[in-house]
Design a binder for this molecule. Structure first.
Ligand SMILES: [Zn+2]
Length: 59
């Protein structure tokens, strides 16, 4: 616990959108658009948001 907080980039790389979550789905779409533009910092931001998005009933 707390280890992932000290390594945000590693967390971001392993972030997975939660199936059925509209917010995650929207972030994935934004991330793909950012990558298409070559805006990788924006893409990373979206990935971080996905990893931080809270989901009730999931751990
Ligand atoms: Zn979500």
């Amino acid at each position: 616990m707390g280890r992932s907080m000290t390594r945000p980039q590693q967390t971001a790389q392993t972030a997975q959108p939660v199936p059925g979550c509209d917010v995650c789905a929207a972030l994935v779409r934004q991330r793909e658009e950012a990558r298409r533009r070559g805006d990788y910092s924006q893409a990373v931001d979206c990935t971080v948001e996905i990893s931080r998005h809270p989901h009730k009933g999931r751990k």
